[in-house]
Design a protein around this ligand. Structure first.
Ligand code: GDP
Length: 614
């Protein structure tokens, strides 16, 4: 349908694109060198590679390094700063590797000329504790602000929308909660500019409030606090401010730099102020993009639609996306057939920060996949095919994830912080652990605690670990099987402990690059306690169902209640019906008893493990 709005949008964006000169996505070019001697720096360069690049012998570079107080072997990786010192000393300029291989477009830096950059709308994510009003806020903003009139308002949610405030646009990611944000970040997409943190005034900051703060901080996104539900009689905005000041979000009127806005999402009060604060913050931050080139951006949502084929919501981060453009998106490609925004408005062009639902992709991409528009259709297809086949071969490495064993290597890369997420059974132990860990300083290497909280290890911990390349430390707590699988897939290391000094030892050893565990604990299975039998002679027998893996008679067992370890010991017996058995497999029922422990309850989970030499 051709609407007035359609024409208006079209002429508006035409104006911007009129003096279009080059739309090609050309990766950043190499600098001209003044001295003519250039060393190209690639991540993880070894001493001998650097020597080769500097055209000197291994012995000569070792000597140079020794003069700088660095003792190495030729195969050791050295950090960029050290390389630069040596290079400059020899009259070389150092320059970062420029990736020109288009199959690695998501790692590329495309350079824009300063004069091509114009302001773009901020991209905002709403986060906060469950039930504090995120969905209501997003709905209220959408209903009161989006496309009133002409186009007939939103007909469907596409995962993001744009509103206009005082002639300035704001883009909202329309999926409340942390999942979307962290998933996208975990996949390398740093799309959110500003986080609106919703805190209910009658409830105050809750666990997920702090989680959201962790996420925003680690993404370096500024936070605006929206104190919600101020219409409630028992609301206490000052308490919210006091509590959040303790974690560094001091309100502006208390001398800090965090904007706070009091709102009622339900009654649509204070929404204008909130939007104005967002616009103001965006003006200060001054987000820029270049509408004159081919678009790059990220997938917010994607699905297969019966009628329309693959439908994906994209947010343009840079450039202008046009109907007819060829794009490579994750491991698939296509030609943009149509673009809408969830209303009936259709677009020919989409500008930076604009969310659009597009059709025309060959396959469904993943949320968080990056896309890039490419001049040539054949090239787009080749690139996506190449990427798909490399991925099958496991070559396009996921983001490098931290693990204690690989830390030694990273240490050589001068990565001087080990990110940790600490989950424990009580606040007291966590505090004690935190204090001890933060004190560790081994030749400038130290621990950075990204999150510490009471409770079982959850999906959200794994997501945060993935996004911030952290290791998860569980003290007397455990992940459920699903979370463990997820961590395994994401290559996140979860280390479980029940003695504090052991954690400190391991972390210190890891920081020293000396970690060599002799025995490794291997979790072999998980069982649910479904029934309890008290037998005076034998104690408590748990009627169990093996929900995962297997159980063996000599296995160690941890009794978990709501994700918390209530007992750790050994199995005393393993029976099928009346018979003692050696092993029980997943999907079977069995009877188990735990040595010296009778306080088993229905609903407990038995985690079964064995020790294995590594
Ligand atoms: P979410 O889990 O953070 O997305 O929270 P919802 O938006 O689903 O809101 C949870 C509940 O709080 C719902 O029953 C809303 O109607 C209610 N709610 C949200 N905002 C307000 C508000 O400003 N005032 C009042 N009184 N209730 C609200």
């Amino acid at each position: 349908m051709m609407t007035k709005k359609y024409y208006r949008e079209r002429t508006e964006s035409k104006k911007v694109i009129k003096e279009e000169v080059r739309r090609t996505n050309i990766p950043k070019k190499k600098k001209e060198s003044i001295t003519g001697k250039v060393l190209t720096y690639k991540p993880n360069m070894t001493v001998s590679e650097v020597a080769e690049g500097l055209n000197i012998s291994n012995a000569a570079i070792m000597k140079k390094l020794m003069e700088l107080g660095v003792l190495t072997s030729i195969n050791q990786v050295i950090d960029r700063d050290t390389i630069e010192l040596v290079a400059v000393d020899l009259g070389f300029e150092i320059e970062d590797e420029v990736i020109t291989d288009m199959t690695r477009f998501d790692e590329m830096v495309f350079e824009d000329k300063q004069e091509d950059l114009v302001s773009r709308p901020p991209i905002v994510t709403v986060m906060g504790h469950v039930d504090h009003g995120k969905t209501t806020l997003l709905d209220t903003i959408r209903n009161t602000r989006v496309a009133k009139g002409e186009a007939g308002g939103i007909t469907q949610h596409i995962g993001a929308y744009q509103v206009v405030v005082n002639d300035k646009k704001i883009t909202f990611i329309d999926t409340p909660g942390h999942a979307a944000f962290t998933e996208m970040r975990a996949r390398g997409a740093q799309t959110t500019d500003i986080v609106v943190l919703v805190v209910a005034a009658d409830d105050g900051p809750m666990p997920q409030t702090f989680e959201a703060i962790d996420h925003a901080k680690s993404a370096k996104a500024p936070i605006i606090v929206a104190i919600n539900k101020i219409d409630r009689p028992n609301s206490n905005p000052d308490l919210v401010k006091t509590e959040l000041s303790k974690v560094g979000l001091t309100p502006e009127d208390w001398g800090g730099d965090t904007p706070y806005v009091s709102i009622s999402a339900l009654k649509a009060e204070g929404i204008d102020s909130l939007l104005e604060v967002i616009v103001l913050l965006a003006e200060i931050e001054d987000y820029k993009a270049n509408p004159k080139r081919l678009a790059t951006g990220v997938v917010v949502e994607a699905k297969l639609d019966k009628g329309r084929g693959v439908v994906a919501t994209l947010i343009i981060e840079n450039g202008t996306l046009k109907v007819g453009d060829n794009i490579v998106c994750g491991n698939t490609y296509g030609k943009i057939r149509s673009m809408t925004d969830g209303t009936k408005t259709r677009y020919r062009e989409a500008l930076p920060s604009q969310p659009v639902e597009v059709t025309g992709l060959m396959e469904v991409p993943l949320a968080g996949d990056r896309f890039v528009a490419i001049e040539d259709e054949r090239q787009a297809r080749q690139i996506s095919e190449e990427r798909a086949s490399r991925q099958r071969e496991g070559e396009i490495s996921k983001q490098r994830k931290a693990s204690l064993q690989t830390l030694f290597k990273q240490q050589e890369d001068a990565l001087n912080e080990l990110n940790l997420i600490i989950k424990g059974d009580t606040q007291g132990t966590i505090e004690a652990l935190k204090t001890s860990l933060e004190k560790i300083d081994i030749e400038g290497l130290h621990v950075n605690i990204v999150r510490s909280s009471v409770g079982a290890i959850t999906e959200s911990d794994v997501n945060l670990a993935s996004a911030s390349e952290a290791i998860i430390i569980g003290f007397n707590v455990r992940p459920i099987a699903m979370v463990r699988d997820m961590a395994k897939q994401a290559k996140i290391e979860i280390r479980l402990y029940n003695v504090i000094y052991k954690i400190l030892e391991d972390i210190e050893a890891a920081l020293k690059g000396m970690l060599a565990p002799e025995f490794e604990e291997v979790v072999i299975g998980q069982a649910e306690v479904r029934e309890i039998f008290k037998i005076s002679r034998l104690g408590t027998i748990a009627g169990c169902y093996l929900s995962d893996g297997y159980a063996t008679r000599n296995a160690g067992v941890r009794v978990l209640r709501d994700g918390i370890v209530v007992y750790e010991g050994k199995l005393a017996s393993l029976k099928r019906f009346k018979d003692d058995v050696r092993e029980v497999k997943q999907g079977y029922e069995c009877g188990m008893s735990v040595e010296n422990f009778n306080d088993i309850k229905e609903g407990d989970i038995f985690e079964l493990f064995i020790s294995k030499e590594v």
